[in-house]
Design a protein around this ligand. Sequence first.
Ligand SMILES: Nc1ncnc2c1ncn2[C@@H]1O[C@H](COP(=O)(O)OP(=O)(O)OP(=O)(O)O)[C@@H](O)[C@H]1O
Ligand SMILES: [Mg+2]
Length: 470
Amino acid sequence: MTAPLWTIDALATAAAGTLDGVVADAITGFSIDTRSLGAGDVFVALKDQRDGHDFVSAAFKAGAVAALVSHAYVRQAGDGALIRVDDPLRALERIGIAARARLSPDARVFAVTGSVGKTGTKEMLQACLGRVGKTHAAVKSFNNHWGVPLTLARTPADVAYAVYEIGMNHAGEITPLTKMVRPHVAIVTTVEPVHLANFASIEGIADAKAEIFSGLESGGTAIINRDNPHRDRLCAAALAAGARVVTFGHHADADVRMIAADVRADGSRVDLALRHCTVAYDLSAPGAHIVQNSAAVVAALDVAGADLDQALPALAQASAPEGRGKRTTLAAPGSPILLIDESYNANPASMRAALTALGTVPREKFPRRIAVLGDMLELGATSEALHRGLCPAITAAEIDLVFACGPQMRHLFEAIPVPMRGAWAHDSAALEDKMLASLEGGCAVMIKGSLGSRMALLVKAIKDRFPGGT
Ligand SMILES: Nc1ncnc2c1ncn2[C@@H]1O[C@H](COP(=O)(O)OP(=O)(O)OP(=O)(O)O)[C@@H](O)[C@H]1O
Ligand SMILES: [Mg+2]
């Protein structure tokens, strides 16, 4: 039997809470959402759009072994053990800090931030580390003020490696999170105009990302993209924080340097030069941006002393997740359709990357390239220019037809050559019929927009029209 994640007494102490009730079963996890809660979880009653205290009874019905609640919570019939605290979020943070403190001094802790590519990089790192030792990592994009402490709390005490994703929308948000994580290795994937509406300049974004270095353990390493225009700013911040700097990229001076990358529609073959060796590996997720992220992964593995020969084959098996480039081949009359689902989110950097990747789909198999694009949100005053600025990427990728929705994408739609214009609609639902009418066997169709643009509707519409994809 594996050891329980926490004993109830240790947990109550870490939470600075009072135990009210008796726990019969082992604690195996934490949950903040009764819809995904599993037996053995401790339910944490956070206040977000709804107050988690309204769901405590549902949590016990779903198999919770205990609930972390505020002192004021009134016990309901059917409730099990309660840990009463001043504020469940603050208590979760304390548990996260205690979870980090109990890791072995030999464990290596990684933190990943960046404007794009955090989750993809975290998942590649997790897959590689999983081949060389017991590894824990954040699920999904659990990277904010509750996602980071929740991931820490869920970390078993005996892991060899732990990987945390740290995100932000505003300056100052990363500092408290990186101080909880106390990474040995901190990666900044890239700095791009994302959440620009919340910043006066892109330099402000670079500075906010650089906050991650403030939590580095002494002797820790900052891993920085040598090809990014903001690298000097990031390097200066890392050095000021006392970090060692390791860079990755195409640049001749990069510590982990891309010598060659064969970027194909079904993945890539990559050759990298490190200071002391060269490595070659296959990536199953397609796209030059994935190659770039993988160089950061190799740098991090190397810094942590992981055996690269053992770890890197994991990259040949990691496919692009749902909404972030997942590819499905759908049966259609005549020949199949390739659906590339990028509906999870969008910003100028990831849009360009996705368009470039669509441009690598072989014409012999899929002769027509269709891009279905929704608004990129939160871009502030430069939004219109940033949307229109996608024109060259569309031309370079030789896209045949563009469907667009949303007021911002209208600027792009009106800027592209007339023969490329499929249709524009004010929102994704209104675009559905026009888009479906143009789909036929032999199309490669890529769907992308910010989450708020609800492009997943269109992914579903295509799957419903052409069922049975593989
Ligand atoms: N280095 C990169 N450059 C450009 N685009 C990228 C890069 N890495 C990933 N992407 C693209 O960005 C999108 C988001 O990827 P991912 O989910 O890994 O990012 P994230 O930083 O975790 O995002 P979030 O802030 O939503 O958690 C995907 O479409 C992905 O293909
Ligand atoms: Mg993410």
